[in-house]
Design a protein around this ligand. Structure first.
Ligand code: TXA
Ligand code: MG
Length: 316
């Protein structure tokens, strides 16, 4: 499937494909998603098959707004406060699923919670309005691989599998949504992402602890091999070694790499996040034995960038 420009006509056709149980790849502000009607178990099964995704890893359901989210989940005061502060936007909230939600069990991997978010992207919002359906949409990549931030990346990852790919240009945020569990006890950060932890803590007025990897299967997707290019990564690199490509950050870049991409010459973390996945793909294709990665400050969005890089480096 080649990607189509996301005109109103293409969006209307995409909505029809979704209503018939097809899958559609569409842009969000974070990364491209592979969407299906979350109420239709066989449509959702097509998403798992296209991605080769393990069935224990639940999907995020996309909705236009808070009122729609509350049809599918019970929001307590904390959930509502976070949704009001960050929606539409790159924050996914894991809340108790309503027993009468109608959401296919496969979406939530049989859990009694559901992850919901309202995307801040005009094409995603138009698609939600055109379907009137909740759309289950994981990132539109093969399981374990780098998330797509352009329609061309989706073509590379999924080929003919989606019924349609809507092209809305490159994604502005560049890394996936932050996932926070709000199920009654104090909120827990399940996945670092495009909303920095500090911004959520400022709204909560309290620290937001990160779930510990491996100690809890609370966010099943976090246990997988993830965000991985085929070339091995060497993190916190201060120099470049023979045959290496370089993923640089900031103004002082060592010479001698086989190929260099600077995530942000000015050291801007949002710019670095936006460029991260496309840069990993490009360096992966340049034939280097290793990709050396310069250190990135571990604050604000840097925390999520470093999380993705560590998982990519650990993958082999
Ligand atoms: O930015 C994003 O969130 C993108 C775009 C397309 O919206 N979507 C995305 O979906 O990254 P995916 O499927 O690649 O990641 C979903 C994450 C996984 O880590 C999954 O384990 C977690 O959300 N998750 C989903 N439902 C959950 C639940 N009920 N409890 C705990 N974690 C859940
Ligand atoms: Mg993903």
């Amino acid at each position: 499937m080649t990607a189509l420009p996301a005109t109103d006509q293409a969006i209307a056709r995409a909505a029809q494909a979704l209503a018939r149980g097809g899958t559609v790849a569409f842009p969000t502000e974070t990364v491209y998603g592979l969407g299906a009607n979350a109420l239709d178990a066989s449509a959702v099964a097509r998403v798992f098959a296209a991605k080769d995704r393990p069935r224990f890893n639940p999907l995020i359901v996309h909705v236009p707004d808070i009122a729609t989210a509350e049809r599918y989940a019970t929001f307590d005061a904390t959930a509502r406060k976070l949704a009001e502060a960050f929606w539409p936007g790159p924050l996914s909230l894991v809340a108790p699923k309503r027993p009468d939600s109608g959401i296919a069990d496969l979406v939530t991997a049989g859990l009694d919670t559901i992850a919901l978010r309202a995307p801040d992207h005009p094409i995603a919002q138009k698609l939600l309005a055109a379907t009137g359906l909740p759309l289950a949409a994981p990132s539109a990549n093969r399981s374990g691989r780098v998330s797509p931030t352009t329609a061309a990346h989706v073509e590379t990852e999924l080929g003919d599998l989606p019924a349609m790919i809507l092209d809305g240009g490159p994604c502005e945020r560049g890394i996936e949504s932050t996932v926070v569990r709000v199920t009654g006890d104090s909120p827990v950060l399940l996945r670092l992402g495009a909303v920095p932890r500090e911004a959520i803590e400022a709204v909560l007025g309290s620290p937001l602890p990160l779930v510990q990897d491996g100690t809890e299967i609370a966010s099943p997707g976090q246990l997988e091999r993830h965000y991985a290019p085929s070339t091995p990564l060497r993190l916190d690199a201060a120099d470049v070694r023979e045959g290496e490509a370089l993923l640089a950050f900031g103004p002082n870049v060592p010479e001698g790499a086989r190929g260099t991409i600077n995530l942000s010459a000015s050291g801007d973390l949002q710019e670095a996040a936006t460029n991260l996945f496309a840069s990993l793909r490009a360096l992966d294709a340049c034939g280097a034995g290793t990709i050396a990665v310069m250190p990135i400050p571990d604050q604000g969005l840097g925390e999520a960038i470093n999380d993705r890089l560590r998982r990519a480096a650990k993958a082999r």
